[in-house]
Write a protein of this length. Structure first.
Lengths: 665, 80
């Protein structure tokens, strides 16, 4: 029978924990080159030498205090779930700070194994680390790993199994100096009287935390018999003073070890600093950011264009072949008009989606996007948002669902709510097909890239303006100060960026096969019934539904077909394109030429429609995550209502302005 | 120089030693975990009207203006 072991991966943010997790378990969790990607713990499994190992990836933390949600998750897991071994992933290029966490982990009583990760980067810059000596000092195994190349995984698992089997119980703790140690000893003496406490937690750790004034630990002992005497001891001392002393002692211990185990290559100003001087320059920073974004959308459009045309032709051919060869006619219509027309209209834009994701992946993997957050801090701050909320905004370009989950790294509750509420205005990739379709059809090859860029910028502007509005009305307050680690610049390998692109892009294909397929079939049914009506005519159910809400959107220039598409776009925004594909049918002409030929649609209407799709109600999945993260139906409902109203007003303004310039809507 | 001033006042390319962090306990502990605690030497890499990128040892952090105002430093000098 195989033996079971459970290990936890702990470590500072952005030290490559998730990369190592993927390398160990063969999972494909998303890795980001910025701190705070892992906000929930994830689990995976691996078999090694007859052991079944469960691996839990904990959120990255700098320490194990009780003052931030992710640190509590990490610390509670180690304390309560008692993994057989804790693997601390240590960034070999940043030893001092990483070892600070080690000093805290070692007090939690689980055996610790150090994975000295990114060892290749430390070596590349000329640092030499004596792992044996480090291991001797820390009294824990130290294994060299390079997560990106899957180096050292096997030795790491060997070390983990050995620790789990022998579970050596050495108390490798920091000495905090005579005074603090006396206090710790007397606290431990008192805590020992609480049997159940002593069975569950390492007493020395409890004492250290009490001495630091940790409120969470204080709450844990509150019900027990030791509470009164602990309170007595604590009331007579200055916990803030001890907290500072003990932090000093930990760093002192590290400072004593480091020179003995590491020889550092003296470095002058490195290339990271030089690039930073340029891209974060107070005048150049924002123009550089905008230029890069503009370039990204321009490339998304132009590079993808020939592929889009090719897929479009292939799908049109397929639809015609199906329509001509399948009996009975209703089945041919379901397959040709409904499924191929609807899902096909969405699949056409796969090249755009993949290229956008490739570019965003490259920007993120190099470390640039974290700088963009810094550059945007000043304008964001002026609007009452912490610069940190720019990262969820950037993630929102891919999909709003992970973006809203990423707001968990934002400390202030109001800041976080604000960042959640404005996130849906960041144009996610699901909206891109709508833009590409309409911009391509009505604005031509030359201008389409610019139109798409305009929509993305409009999304950011609406988000920022809404933030300003909410700050001065429903969520008053100052943005809380923030600090965020800047990852070093890394040259992404083609492979990692392509994998990154595939991970995000394949979600689009999966959606096409599920919710979009479902939406297309529903729209086809509505367009085909009641029995006997002309397919997709105004007399069909779809027509009645569209006519029902047409008066509401008529001032924007939208007819009933667009209305139906917008209703179903609520499920997922790609369905706007899918529904139009179903309603217009495919036949011999492509969807874009069918739209162009519709007398009810003009360039100005198309623009208004794109603006409306950008801003109106977030999709079902996004609403779900808003509900989950805010825990409130009120804010979820607010998000829907606000989005609809803002979309209507802006589509009206943009459509009519464009109408004036182009001569009528 | 021994005058004490907020980190936010420093310009790019200067170094200083942290003397005090005027923040609540939670934030102070968090900064300690990041290596920003009294008696550590920090170097300002970029300064953007109060927002900073500083390096501490091998780590680099972006600080908002508000945060940089809470950290007091002394011994400011041009980095070599």
């Amino acid at each position: 029978m195989t033996k079971q072991i459970r290990i936890a991966l702990a470590g500072n943010p952005n030290v490559g924990k998730t990369t190592l997790f993927n390398a160990i378990t063969g999972a494909r969790q998303h890795v980001g080159n910025w701190p705070g990607v892992t906000v929930e713990k994830k689990t995976g499994r691996v078999s090694h030498n007859g052991y079944e190992i469960e691996v839990v990836d904990l959120p990255g933390t700098y320490s194990l205090t009780a003052y931030s949600a992710d640190e509590v998750v990490a610390r509670d897991f180690i304390l309560e779930e008692k993994p057989d071994v804790v693997v601390q992933v240590v960034d070999a290029t940043n030893m001092e700070r990483n070892l600070y966490l080690t000093t805290q982990l070692s007090e939690l009583r689980s055996p610790v194994v150090i994975a000295l990760n990114m060892a290749d980067m430390a070596e590349a810059r000329g640092d030499a680390i004596d792992r044996d000596r480090l291991s001797a000092f820390l009294e824990m195994p130290v294994v060299r790993t390079v997560g990106t190349r899957k180096d050292g995984i096997s030795s790491l698992l060997d070390a983990v199994i050995e620790e789990a089997e022998t579970s050596p119980h050495h108390e490798h703790t920091i000495g905090y100096g005579d005074d603090a140690e006396r206090m710790i000893a007397s606290l431990v003496g008192v805590l020992e009287t609480d049997q159940s406490l002593a069975a569950r937690y390492p007493l020395r750790w409890l004492a250290v935390k009490l001495l630091e004034g940790d409120e969470d630990v204080l709450a844990r002992i509150q019900e027990g018999p030791a509470a009164g005497r602990v309170q007595n001891i604590l009331s007579s001392i200055d916990t803030d003073g001890y907290e500072a002393t003990m932090a000093d002692k930990r760093y002192e211990a590290i400072a004593a070890i480091l020179p003995q185990v590491r020889t550092v290559n003296t470095r002058s100003m490195n290339s990271s600093d030089i690039i930073d001087r340029v891209v974060t320059d107070r005048y150049l920073g924002i123009p550089i950011f905008l230029a890069l974004m503009w370039g990204a959308f321009e490339l998304t459009f132009t590079v993808a264009s020939p592929f889009v045309t090719a897929i479009d032709t292939a799908i049109a051919w397929l639809a015609e072949a199906v329509a001509g060869s399948i009996e009975p006619a209703w089945l041919a219509s379901l397959l040709g008009d409904g499924i191929i027309g609807g899902v096909g209209a969405v699949l056409v834009f796969i090249p755009n989606i993949f290229i956008l994701f490739l570019i965003l992946s490259i920007l993120e993997d190099t470390g640039y996007l974290a700088r963009a957050a810094f550059v945007m801090d000043r304008p964001m701050h002026a609007l009452g948002l912490p610069g940190k909320s720019f990262i969820p905004m950037l993630i929102g370009f891919g999909c709003n669902v992970p973006a809203i989950m990423a707001t968990r790294t934002i400390e202030g509750e109001k800041d976080r709510l604000l960042t959640i509420l404005i996130n849906p205005f960041i144009s996610c990739s699901a909206r891109l097909p709508v833009y590409v379709l309409f911009a391509g059809a009505f604005f031509g090859q030359q201008a389409a890239g610019g139109v798409v860029f305009f929509l993305y910028v409009l999304g950011i502007v609406v988000a920022i303006a809404s933030a300003k509005l909410f700050r001065s009305t429903i969520l008053p307050g100052e943005s809380s100060p923030f600090i965020m680690e800047m990852p070093p610049y890394r040259i992404p390998t083609a492979l990692t960026s392509l994998i990154h692109m595939w991970d995000k892009g394949s979600m689009y294909i999966r959606k096409a096969g599920t919710i979009i397929l479902f939406g297309a079939v529903v729209v086809w049914v509505l367009a085909s019934f009641p029995y006997g009506v002309e397919y997709g005519s105004a007399e069909s159910l779809a027509g009645s539904l569209g006519h029902l809400i047409e008066p509401l959107v008529a001032p924007l220039g939208f007819d009933w077909k667009v209305s139906v598409a917008l209703i179903f776009g609520f499920l997922a925004k790609e369905i706007v394109v899918g529904s139009l594909g179903v309603l217009y049918g495919t036949g011999e002409e492509s969807l874009s030429s069918a739209l162009l030929a519709d007398p009810n649609l003009s360039a100005a209407t198309a623009l208004a429609l794109m603006v409306f799709v950008l801003i109106y109600t977030p999709c079902l999945a996004t609403l779900g995550v808003i509900k989950k993260e805010t825990g409130s139906w009120k804010w979820t409902g607010f998000s829907v209502a606000y989005g609809l109203i803002a979309a209507w007003i802006l589509a009206f303004i943009v459509g009519h302005l464009a109408g004036i310039f182009s001569g009528g809507m | 120089m021994s005058c004490v001033c907020p980190l936010a006042f420093l310009s790019a390319g200067t170094e200083a030693t942290i003397t005090e962090i005027r923040a609540g306990k939670g934030m102070r502990l968090r900064l300690t975990g990041m290596g920003l605690c009294p008696e550590t030497r920090v170097k300002v890499q970029c300064a953007n009207r109060g927002s900073l990128i500083v390096s501490v040892g091998d780590a680099r952090y972006a600080l908002s203006r508000g945060m940089a105002t809470k950290i007091l430093v002394r011994g400011t000098q041009e980095a070599a």
